[in-house]
Design a protein around this ligand. Structure first.
Ligand code: SF4
Ligand code: SF4
Length: 300
C-alpha cells in the first residue's frame, strides 16, 4: 500500500517537473531510479508497516508538497546570494537538525533517466541515522528509525526550500526517500565523503549512517566543491569486503575489475530485502574514520 502511495506522488512529480520550461532532464544513459521500497522488508513486514504508517504517510505528503510548493517560487528569482545570507541559511539549517551542508553543480549523468531538475546548482544535506538503532539491524527499531530519519530530513528540506523562496531565490526540494538525482554520487561530488562498496556514502562524521537530500536553486554563486579528500576509501574497501561477505541476500556484486580501474559494485534490488546489515557491518560504522585513515596511511 505504501509503495502505491509513493508511486502515485512519484508520477505526479515526474510529469509536472519534466514539462516545466528550462528543466534539466536525465540523460539517455543515466540510470533509472530504483523503486521506493525493497521487495521484502525484514523482519516482520506487517508489524513494521503498521508501526511506521504515520511516518510513511508523512513522507508521501512531503514528497507531494515538494512539488506543490514550486508555485511559491518567485517569478523573477535572484541568482546571487551574499555571504551574510549564506551564513544565515546554514545556521537555520543546522538549527533544524541538518548535520552537514555542501554545494555542487549537478553533472547531468547523475539525474535519473526520465527525471528533471529545475537548476544545476545543488545544496546537499545530510542527517545522521541513530547508531544504536543501526547496531540492532535487522530489527523493528532499525526500520522505524530509518523511516523517521527519511521523514525528518524530507520535512526540513521543504522548510529550507521555503526559506530560500521567502528570501527571493527559487528552489526545488528533493526528498531523501525519492529524489531526482543519484544522492550518494552527488554527495561524493560535493566532497561530503566517498561511496563504499555497499553503494552508500561514507563520511568522516557518521561512516555509512546518514540520509541525503538536496535543494536545486537559482543561486549561482555558491561555494561549489572542486576536490574530494576521501578518495582513499575505495582502496580500503578493496581490502575490507565486510559488507559483501555479511550481506545475507548476496545482493552486493562487483562488476568490472580492480586492476583495470573500473571496479564498481551494484546492489541487486531483487535480492536486497532492506535489512541494513551492510550498514551495521561497514568498517566505518565499527571504527572511527580517522582511526582507519591513520592505519591506511601507516601501511602506505
Ligand atoms: S545489500 Fe544486503 S545487507 Fe544490505 S540491506 Fe540489502 S540484503 Fe541487507
Ligand atoms: S564494509 Fe568495508 S568494503 Fe563495505 S563499504 Fe564498508 S569499508 Fe567498504
Amino acid at each position: 500500500m505504501i509503495s502505491g502511495i509513493k508511486s502515485k506522488y512519484a508520477n505526479y512529480r515526474l510529469n509536472k517537473i519534466n514539462k516545466m520550461e528550462n528543466s534539466i532532464n536525465g540523460e539517455e544513459g543515466s540510470i533509472k531510479a530504483a523503486p521506493n521500497s525493497p521487495k521484502k522488508i525484514m523482519p516482520d513486514k506487517l508489524k513494521i508497516t503498521l508501526r511506521t504508517l504515520p511516518k510513511q504517510l508523512s513522507i508521501a505528503k512531503n514528497m507531494e508538497n515538494s512539488v506543490k510548493s514550486l508555485k511559491n517560487n518567485p517569478e523573477k528569482p535572484q541568482f546571487s546570494a551574499d555571504a551574510d545570507f549564506i551564513h544565515r541559511f546554514e545556521e537555520y539549517a543546522l538549527s533544524l537538525g541538518i548535520d552537514k551542508i555542501k554545494y555542487v553543480k549537478i553533472p547531468p549523468e547523475l539525474i535519473f533517466r526520465d527525471k528533471s531538475v529545475l537548476f544545476e546548482n545543488a545544496i546537499i544535506f545530510i542527517m545522521e541515522m541513530d547508531k544504536p538503532a543501526i547496531d540492532k539491524a535487522p530489527s523493528d527499531d532499525t526500520q522505524s528509525m530509518s523511516v523517521t530519519t527519511y521523514d525528518e530530513l524530507g520535512k526540513k528540506t521543504n522548510q529550507l526550500a521555503e526559506f530560500l523562496r521567502e528570501n527571493g531565490f527559487a528552489a526545488q526540494a528533493s526528498h531523501p526517500a525519492g529524489g531526482f538525482v543519484i544522492y550518494p554520487q552527488l554527495a561524493q561530488q560535493a566532497g561530503l565523503g566517498y561511496m563504499g562498496r555497499h553503494g552508500m556514502l561514507i563520511t568522516p562524521e557518521f561512516g555509512p549512517r546518514q540520509r541525503i537530500s538536496a535543494i536545486f536553486t537559482s543561486i549561482e554563486n555558491l561555494t561549489f566543491a572542486n576536490e574530494n579528500v576521501h578518495s582513499w576509501i575505495p582502496d580500503f574497501c578493496q581490502k575490507c569486503s565486510n559488507c559483501i561477505k555479511k550481506c545475507p541476500g548476496n545482493a552486493i556484486i562487483e562488476v568490472g575489475s580492480y586492476e583495470a580501474g573500473d571496479l564498481i559494485t551494484k546492489i541487486i534490488k531483487d535480492l536486497c530485502h532492506g535489512c541494513t546489515i551492510c550498514m551495521r557491518e561497514c568498517s566505518f560504522n565499527k571504527r572511527d574514520y580517522n582511526h582507519i585513515k591513520s592505519k591506511v596511511e601507516r601501511i602506505i
